[in-house]
Ligand binder design. Sequence first.
Ligand code: UT7
Length: 335
Amino acid sequence: MAKRRAVITAVGHYVPEKVLTNADLEKMVDTNDEWIQTRTGIRERRILEQGATSDLCVRATQKLLERRKIDATEIELIIVATVTPDMFFPATACIVQEKIGATNAWGYDLSAACSGFLYALVAGAQFIESGAYSKVLVIGADKMSSIVDYTDRNTCILFGDAGAAVLLEPSDNPHEGLLDHRLYCDGSGGAYLHMKGGGSLNPPTHETVDKRMHYIYQDGKSVFKVAVIGMAEVSAEIMKRNNLTADDVAWLVPHQANLRIIDATAERMGIDRSKVMINIDTYGNTTAATIPLCLSEWWERGELKPGQNIVLASFGAGYTWGAALVKWTLDNPKS
Ligand code: UT7
């Protein structure tokens, strides 16, 4: 029997209105626009002033539902990838379920930092492929501004807030949708990128707050070295496993952490910059949201077309990393 595949049948994204530019950051920490742009490729990022991660999820999902022309009650499962849940519990997925009125859905959160969306996409696809469900909502969303230390120039220039979602539905065509994936983790990377405070290891106390343990810690240089290799290697691996040449790949959709990491990945794949989705300049690193945000924006612009092979790739805290191959199916809104 042919394998039932999970295909993306709708996309949606939301970015908050408030813009935090490099010039704004120059007034907050000892940094400058030139350093930020040459080292990262970032010009500005968005900040959610009111509300929480669930609100980013809800706005992205509302757009998706409008486009798919379905009611929230049709959704059966909600997976929210995030490292900035509204609260430890209940899961942000439950909060989203209530806010959008998805009364027939269950859901859970998934924590894999910048690889969160890829992990969640693969998890959601399993529920489709097994035949268990037919409408799975996969969301990547992070309100990074809630865990960024705006006195730490090493990290505060990097991150922004956003939410984006895809809807997975079944297809009987084994040659479309999520065709392959490779996911990895290496816990030894935890030392270089983490948030020490707030969990069961270091529950919140005055001391943990005074020591600024509730903010992101990153040893950027160490993460950079591994990220360049990890994202490039796994992207090349997914091409090799599927006998794809650079010409066969229409788009690389990389996690947006650093333009130099993105360029290294494209180079390793032999792919021209014109086939790489890049919006790090305007949004910075939005953690779990980067990949679906690209998908939604590029689809909206009419640049994603049915039949295209697209490679999604990520690297993030954990370490977690991976790549996925998707044969795009969703019609171009401009055609
Ligand atoms: O998405 C999750 C995974 N995360 C990543 O993939 C991020 C990986 N890392 C990176 O993207 C880069 O390492 C950063 C963009 C974070 C930093 O770039 P870098 O080229 O590795 O710089 P660095 O950390 O080695 O710092 C170089 C210099 C240092 O000064 P000294 O010690 O050479 O005097 C820093 O103190 O730049 C200094 N610096 C800054 N200068 C101006 C660090 N941050 C800033 C800043 N503005 N914001």
